[in-house]
Design a protein around this ligand. Structure first.
Ligand SMILES: O=C(O)CCC(=O)C(=O)O
Ligand SMILES: [Fe+2]
Length: 343
């Protein structure tokens, strides 16, 4: 049965750097966070043939979206082996022996680059990543061999889950199951996937892997090969060390679900803290967005006298470019879209 609170979130088989390690002592001082459990949703139960189980699972999902804005997804159907192969391929990509060649190949040359390698190495951000557009068209590097095949398979499976979640969330919000798919035109949804290495090339210039931010889009899916480092600021103002069970997927609500629901389901601030070069972590964060041309504004069903319209309407492309970034390097523009509170 779906359970949002009682599943063990510990992962004894993976190395950790969150918690009591002396390596992390100074980072913990600066970026202390608690180890509160986060909700876990059983994806398979959202589609159970047993109506009672299904409605319970949907209710848990609604609570997780409303009160947290993020949750671990288990029994999602992506085979463990595929996830393991995926991480193996990414490790190979970041192989230090090959990296100079690949860096040169995929360093930004043009705003239209659909595959891009980026290094951030400063006191405020320490990571390197390969970003690709994974939908509506696939753009995957041909090397190392088999990498693009595994990447393609991973993203195909992940999109099925994203569409499934769009249906479940639509029902939760009291709509037909295709409501979100239509509101975001998900069939042509714009997905950007970042395969991230912390710290970059084993060398970090500070304790911050990725500074505080929220993400644009419908949802963000995140998988990782080592537990620890990601911290989320809860809606109650508490920093939480996010622990993801092996092979589970962390789902985070994006800014555009917040806009569509006029703030009922909110995105949340998160950041990544890195150890001092001792632990290497790979994560894959994919922003699943509306189609670029889709204008997203609060749906009329969420706007009334007590809940006045809190966000401007804008196309997804305008939102992604609002900070002066190109589509692939986009950051949240929620602060530009949010209307002053008129209550
Ligand atoms: O690597 C992580 O754990 C988080 C990545 C992230 O938040 C992002 O890429 O937007
Ligand atoms: Fe993020």
């Amino acid at each position: 049965m779906a359970n949002i609170s009682s599943l063990s979130l510990q992962n004894p088989s993976q190395p950790k750097f969150t918690g009591d390690s002396s390596i992390m002592a100074s980072a913990i001082d600066l970026y202390s966070a608690c180890d509160d459990a986060i909700p876990t949703i059983d994806y398979s139960l959202l589609f159970s043939n047993d109506p009672h189980q299904r409605s319970l699972a949907l209710e848990y999902l609604g609570q997780a979206c409303h009160h947290y804005g993020f949750f671990n997804l288990v029994n999602h159907g992506i085979p463990d082996k595929l996830l393991d192969n995926f991480f193996h391929g990414i490790s190979e990509f970041f192989d230090p022996m090959m990296l100079d060649e690949r860096r040169a190949l995929y360093s930004k040359k043009d705003a239209m680059d659909r595959i891009r390698w980026v290094l951030r190495s400063s006191s405020g951000e320490n990571r390197e990543y390969l970003k690709v557009i994974s939908h509506p068209n696939y753009h995957f590097p041909p090397n190392p061999s088999c990498f693009s095949e595994v990447l393609g398979e991973y993203h195909k499976e992940m999109r099925k889950i994203v569409v499934g979640l769009a249906r479940a969330v639509s029902i939760n919000l009291g709509f037909e199951e295709d409501y979100i798919e239509k509101a975001f035109n998900l069939k042509s949804g714009f997905d950007v996937s970042a395969m991230i290495l912390y710290p970059p090339n084993h060398i970090s210039k500070g304790e911050m892997g990725l500074p505080e931010h929220t993400d644009p889009g419908f949802i963000v899916t995140l998988v990782q090969n080592v537990d620890g480092g990601l911290q989320i600021l809860s809606h109650h103002g508490k920093w939480i060390n996010v622990q993801i069970p092996p092979h589970a997927i962390l789902i985070q609500l994006g800014d555009h679900l917040e806009i569509l629901t006029n703030g009922k389901y909110k995105s949340h601030i998160h950041r990544v803290v890195v150890a001092k070069n001792e632990v290497e972590r790979i994560s894959v964060a994919t922003l699943h967005g509306p189609s670029l041309e889709k204008s997203v504004r609060p749906a009329p069903e969420f706007v009334d006298e007590t809940h006045p319209q809190a966000y401007l309407g804008m196309t997804y492309k305008q939102c992604l470019e609002a900070n002066g970034d190109d589509e692939i390097e986009s950051q949240s523009s929620l602060h530009l879209i949010k209307l002053p509170n008129i209550n």
